[in-house]
Design a protein around this ligand. Structure first.
Ligand code: NAG
Length: 177
C-alpha cells in the first residue's frame, strides 16, 4: 500500500475542498471538520472533487462550471414534499435561482460515501443549502458518475430536501452510518 502517498493526497484534497466552498461558519454549530478523506483512493478523491466543483458553482453563480462536471442530459430525480420532480441535469441546474439577491451555498455537510468500479462510481453526500448564511434546507444527494477519457462526470443525481429542523452533525452521522 502506498499509504503515505494516500495521506498526502487526502490532505491536499481536503484543503482544496474547504477553500473552494465559501465558509458559512457564522451559522453553523461549533464546527468539526465536515468530513474526512483519509483512506480515499485517487478515484474517490477525483469523484468527490467533481461533486464539490459542481456544488461550488451554486455559490459562485456559475451554471457553466456546474454543467462542465456533468453529462448534461443525465437524469435528476428530486423528491420535494413527497412529490418527485424528474428532469435532466441541465434542468436541475436551471432550477437554481442564480438571479436571486440572496447568497446561496450548498455544502457537503457530513461524511461522503463514495464507491468506484473502474469507470462508474456513486456518492452519497448529506448536504446543507444555505441562503444568506442560514441553513434553508437539508437532505442527501445521491450521485452517479461515469469516467470518460480519464475524466469523471456526473451522470445522474437524486436528492431529497427537508426543513433543517434541529439539524446537527451528529444527526447526519447517524443518517449516513
Ligand atoms: C438575502 O439577502 C438579500 C440581500 O440582502 C435579500 O435581498 C434577500 O431577501 C435575503 N433572502 C433571505 C431568504 O433572507
Amino acid at each position: 500500500m502506498h499509504f503515505s502517498g494516500t495521506i498526502v493526497l487526502a490532505i491536499t484534497a481536503f484543503a482544496g475542498c474547504t477553500s473552494a466552498v465559501p465558509s458559512p461558519r457564522g451559522s453553523l454549530p461549533a464546527a468539526p471538520p465536515r468530513y474526512s478523506t483519509a483512506g480515499f483512493s485517487q478515484d474517490q478523491l477525483a469523484v468527490l472533487k467533481v461533486a464539490e466543483t459542481f456544488l461550488q458553482g451554486i455559490g459562485t453563480r456559475n451554471p457553466t462550471q456546474m454543467l462542465d462536471q456533468t453529462l448534461p442530459s443525465g437524469g435528476a430525480a428530486l423528491l420535494r414534499n413527497g412529490a418527485e420532480i424528474l428532469t435532466t441535469l441541465t434542468g436541475l441546474v436551471n432550477r437554481i435561482p442564480f438571479d436571486s439577491p440572496g447568497e446561496m451555498t450548498e455544502i457537503i455537510s457530513g461524511q461522503p460515501i463514495i464507491m468506484v468500479d473502474h469507470d462508474i462510481a456513486m456518492a452519497w453526500t448529506p448536504y446543507e443549502f444555505l441562503i444568506n448564511s442560514t441553513v434553508d434546507h437539508v437532505g442527501t444527494d445521491i450521485w452517479s458518475f461515469v469516467k470518460q477519457d480519464g475524466q469523471w462526470l456526473v451522470s445522474g443525481v437524486a436528492d431529497n430536501a427537508r426543513d433543517p429542523g434541529q439539524h446537527s452533525y451528529e444527526a447526519y452521522e447517524t443518517l449516513v452510518l
